[in-house]
Design a protein around this ligand. Structure first.
Ligand code: IVH
Length: 692
């Protein structure tokens, strides 16, 4: 039977609008101002009324409706988004003197006598995002990515309660504004999440920043919605239909639209006042509910910002001042030994739990036994620990004056604490290693977890608890055995249901077609990290079938040095490794070979652009960058080419003085399309054929 379509009348439309406005207002009171004016139940009843009306009139649901925060369909993958203006990074400073130098540098560059006015803000330790608002409505949000292109994470961003789906008032909202901000995970949420993950045997997030990033990069926005994230806005990228004179004005405008803006923003003049502000913010650091790792100092006037410009990837008009790592003292309760994937024995201190920078810690790494002996850390010692950004802190020193005689030094182990095999000292004399190889369960577990890791074979669902069972029950002897696991074997394991088993088998099946670089990385060849694995895959795409290239071939490859070459060579000479590789291939692992590399004709060339060009400057920069070129802001002896448009100004003159080749936009175009005649242009001036 045909369903009767409800026909909305004017009253319904008005009521929907009123409800959305009211809920948006209360969201702002609650999430941004922290000053709710109605009870939770009154708020819920507004939301329920809205949901009911929208269910009845689905055609009236709008993009910015408060009911539209969590989408129900997971994405296949994130699509790419170009930032209309690049998202820059900041150069760092660590001392007051560097702030003074920065201020003086700017005044010199601006030929200024008086003092400069700055805005000082906390530097939030999270993930940079860009939010596009059109006519005051949120239309898209993306990650920073490489600064020019990021990923569309709109679905995930919409789940963050402090992100306005629309401005509080859309009167006078600009046609478009790209708001820049930072997504952070509050410290209490971070601890809760890690406790949950520990209970479920998932790897822990090292710090709130990683946790925020991990939560945002979920294809299923429902997972993001389950994590409490927060968003602070601190700037504007591209904007149209509005103009600002100062950074202060930008921040105030963002706040009045309903964005969350830090309340610790200070407008001050002169470097001394800036330094004082940094101290004020640093003193607040331990009271904030989220992590900050420094301050950001920005020239307030946008006109002066524009005059100062940028150098490579960071603006000249702003700088980050990074705080020192935080220290605490605590007691060492025990020192245990961990055996890693490569057999290295690492001492780990178990400490009385202590809070440091809002996070509770109870374990600390001591990089190796030499470090332990050198610092003379004993069980029972009082120690100073330091946490830079990660949850696992470092022991800086013991406090021998606090000893009472009951402290015990840790003897150097002679046998592997896991398998009992002989322990060998590396030629460098620093690292102790278990000699049992993959017959040591600890090394085998580490190897399998590494192989299954996200950046290797990406086998989701193969957590440490499961790996432990598989190894301890002797189900798996090497990584290739993963590809003969059956539903029956998996279903017989403790606390592992059929549904999880099926999911795991699907992930294992999918991993057969991972890129070659990921497989090479997953094999855990010593000294071959993710990047070098990609280099090897690019240069030796047939390495699995043909076996090792010669040492000479390896060493002739860019980025591969003697130590890495030796290690790759040895890996592919070892019978046991070759057997595992054949077994992998026989069981259907068929890695995807890398695409032939696109030529980067301008690799290592430095360009400066000046004057008015017919194409948008960002586009030109992007294309140059794609061709491998570096783009900087000022002409120096390191510049290879100046691209000059109309009214080029002093840069052209400087380039002429330094004999630097100058290209017109047309010549640049030809260079970028790699016309052979213009290969000439790539030659140093003296070598060019000037008759052409
Ligand atoms: S301004 C060109 N302001 O720091 C200006 N950035 O190292 C760059 N960040 O990618 C951005 N808090 O993720 C700015 N108050 C703040 C910030 C901030 C944190 C991050 C941001 C950026 C990185 C630059």
């Amino acid at each position: 039977m045909e369903q009767k379509q409800a026909i909305p009348d004017e009253r319904i439309v008005k009521r929907l609008e009123a409800l959305r406005r009211e809920i948006t207002y209360h969201n702002h009171r609650y999430y941004i101002l922290d000053q709710p004016v109605i009870s939770d139940s009154a708020y819920d009843s507004l939301l329920r009324e809205l949901e009911a009306l929208e269910a009845q009139y689905p055609e009236l649901i709008t993009l910015d409706s408060p009911t539209q925060r969590v989408g129900a369909t997971p994405l296949e993958k994130f699509s790419k988004v170009d930032h209309l203006l690049p998202m820059l990074s900041l150069s760092n400073t660590y001392a007051s003197q560097e702030i003074i130098d920065f201020d003086e540098r700017l005044k010199r560059a601006l030929a200024m006598d008086g003092e400069l006015t700055y805005i000082v803000e906390p530097k939030l330790d999270g993930l940079a995002v860009e939010l596009v608002y059109e006519q005051g409505i949120f239309v898209r949000g993306s990650t920073r990515g490489n600064g020019f292109t990021g990923e569309d994470i709109s679905q995930n961003l919409k789940t963050i309660a402090s992100l306005p789906l629309c401005f509080l008032s859309r009167d006078a909202a600009p046609a478009r504004i790209d708001i820049r901000g930072e997504v952070v995970m509050p410290l209490d949420e971070f601890e809760k999440l890690n406790q949950e993950r520990a209970r479920e045997g998932h790897p822990l997030f090292a710090n709130p920043r990683n946790a925020a990033a991990g939560s945002l990069r979920q294809l299923d926005a429902r997972i993001t919605a389950g994590r409490r994230l927060d968003l602070f806005c601190y700037g504007a990228g591209y904007h149209q239909g509005i103009s600002f004179a100062t950074q202060q004005e930008v921040l105030n405008q963002l706040a009045s639209w309903g964005c969350k803006v830090t309340s610790q923003r200070y407008q001050v003049t002169g470097s001394q006042a800036v330094i004082e502000c940094c101290q004020v913010i640093e003193a607040l650091r331990n009271q904030l509910p989220y992590e900050i790792d420094g301050t950001v100092i920005k020239v307030d006037s946008l006109l002066l910002q524009q005059q100062l410009g940028e150098k490579s990837r960071s603006p000249r008009w702003a700088i980050a001042y990074k705080f020192k790592a935080r220290q605490e003292t605590t007691h060492v309760v025990d020192i245990t030994i961990q055996v890693g994937r490569t057999g290295a024995l690492t001492p780990v201190a178990i400490m009385e739990p202590v809070r440091i920078g809002g996070v509770e810690v109870s374990r600390a790494t001591l990089h190796n036994f030499t470090d332990l002996l050198h610092k003379d850390i004993r069980i029972g010692d009082r120690v100073i620990i330091e946490r830079a950004g990660d949850v696992i802190p470092e022991i800086v020193a013991a406090l021998p004056a606090a000893r009472n005689g009951c402290e015990r030094p840790v003897p150097l182990p002679e046998a592997c604490p896991v398998c009992g095999a002989h322990v060998m000292r590396e030629p460098d004399g620093i690292i102790l290693r278990c000699t049992a190889g993959l017959s040591c369960p600890a090394q085998l577990k580490g190897t399998i977890s590494h192989f299954a890791g996200k950046r290797a074979m990406d086998i989701d669902g193969l957590g440490p608890k499961l790996v432990q069972q598989l190894v301890e029950r002797n189900v798996i002897q090497d990584v290739a055995d993963l590809y003969s696991l059956s539903l029956e074997t998996l279903s017989n394991l403790d606390r592992f249901g059929e549904k999880s088993a099926r999911k795991l088998l699907a992930a294992i099946e999918a991993s057969k077609r991972r890129p070659l670089a990921c497989l090479l990385y997953g094999l855990g060849i010593r000294h071959v990290g993710e990047h070098l694995a990609a280099v090897v895959a690019d240069h030796f795409p047939r390495i699995l079938e043909t076996g090792t290239p010669s040492l000479e071939q390896l060493m002739l490859t860019r980025e591969i040095g003697p130590q890495v070459a030796q290690s790759i060579h040895e890996f592919f000479q070892e019978e046991k490794n070759l057997a595992v590789i054949s077994k992998l291939l026989a069981r259907g692992v068929e890695p995807v070979l890398p695409r032939p590399r696109t030529p980067r004709p301008l690799a290592d060339k430095t360009f400066v652009i000046t004057g008015t060009l017919s194409n948008p400057r960002e586009l030109i920069k992007q294309r140059l960058a794609d061709a491998g070129a570096r783009i900087t802001g000022s002409v120096s002896k390191h510049t290879d080419y100046l691209v000059a448009g109309d009214n080029p100004g002093s840069k052209l003159q400087k380039a002429r003085e330094l004999m630097i080749p100058v290209l017109t936009e047309g010549q640049l175009e030809e260079l970028l399309t790699a016309s052979p005649a213009l290969e000439q242009l790539l030659l140093p001036l003296a070598d060019r054929d000037h008759t052409a």
